[in-house]
Design a protein around this ligand. Structure first.
Ligand code: GLV
Length: 318
């Protein structure tokens, strides 16, 4: 039997690839950046398995480039909008992701952004670094307190629920909007999106990117938000219409935004760069050493399972 060919599109931490030894020949991308589509397609030729990141688009063209031997596409992420899951299934391969292991890290980052934008931490940091003179004053750089304020969670999966629990610990009241699930989840009651937007002091996005959620937060949704409210996005950039967000921030329709993800990542809408009440993080939701290692391990476990003739641990439903 010829050895399986396993493509890893970005170097993974530590010795996480060790379990693949003996299962096949592993090729790790030599680049210190995401592969271009052409590089990806060339590297995929003849692959039996690919460990991909959210920067790799695995669509019909990529599958054709891989050829008929491809058995698994293991995404090192929970979100899988970079994969054409039905096309992967039609190709006879299985797609997997890394749910569960990044819930706490992502919820922590959402809270970090929420606290930063409401208490103006990054803005203050910029002020100090700019050399501007400042002194404590009773009215200096006042932010918004969270206690007794309402958090609206859009997408009440595991990450949304973890954010809700943290927000309750900060004294917030929580409501949520989700397409599925019970009307009451932990401390939170489900509302229609327009009611959530109209009554929440902070709106935090935790839904997947799908055709239904693309631009879910558009100009009309931003207009529907409470004046003085904040938007936090740690989900996927295209859930928000970034140009509309810039307008809503410029006109003062909402008070601020804290973003970890962007519509055309890694490009950031230039209008966001000029606004003070905006916190920008470079897609750090799952970026702790422990979490990224666990994500890589889970992707490898899925490949080991499939190449050994077993079911993967975390298949993506088709
Ligand atoms: C990160 O954004 C993920 O979806 O895992």
């Amino acid at each position: 039997m010829t050895k399986a060919h396993i493509l890893v599109t970005r170097a993974l931490p530590g010795r996480v690839l060790d379990p693949l030894t003996g299962l096949g020949e592993v090729t790790v991308s030599p680049h210190d950046r995401p592969m271009t589509p052409d590089e990806l397609h060339a590297a995929l030729a003849g692959a039996d398995a690919v460990i991909a990141t959210l920067n790799d688009r695995i669509d019909e063209a990529a599958l054709a480039a891989a050829g008929p031997g491809l058995r698994i596409v293991a995404n090192t992420a929970t979100g899988y909008d970079n994969l054409d899951v039905p096309a992967i299934a039609a190709h006879g391969a299985v797609a997997t992701n890394t749910p569960g292991v990044l819930v706490d890290a992502t919820a922590d980052l959402a809270m970090a952004l929420l606290l930063d934008v409401t208490r103006r931490v990054s803005e203050g940091d910029r002020l100090i670094r700019s050399g501007t003179s400042w002194a404590w004053d009773i009215g200096f750089m006042l932010g918004a307190g969270l206690q007794g304020r309402r958090l609206g969670v859009v997408g009440m999966g595991a990450i949304g629920q973890a954010v809700a629990a943290r927000a309750v610990a900060f004294g917030m009241e929580v409501v949520h909007h989700s397409r599925r699930g019970p009307a009451v989840v932990g401390p939170s009651t489900r509302l229609e999106l327009d009611e959530l937007l109209a009554t929440s002091d902070v709106v935090s996005l935790h839904c997947p990117l799908t055709p239904q959620t693309r631009h879910l937060i558009d100009a009309a949704a931003l207009r529907a938000m409470k004046p003085g409210a904040f938007l936090v996005n740690t989900a996927r950039g295209p859930v928000v219409d970034e140009a509309a967000l810039v307008e809503a921030l410029r006109s003062g329709e909402i008070a601020g935004a804290a973003l970890d993800v962007y519509e055309d990542e890694p490009r950031v809408h230039p209008g966001l760069l000029d606004l003070d009440r905006v916190v920008l993080a470079p897609h750090l939701g799952s970026a702790t050493t422990e979490t990224r290692t666990r994500m890589a391990e889970l992707a490898v476990e899925n490949v080991v399972a499939v190449l050994s003739g077993h079911d993967p641990r975390t298949p993506i439903p088709v």
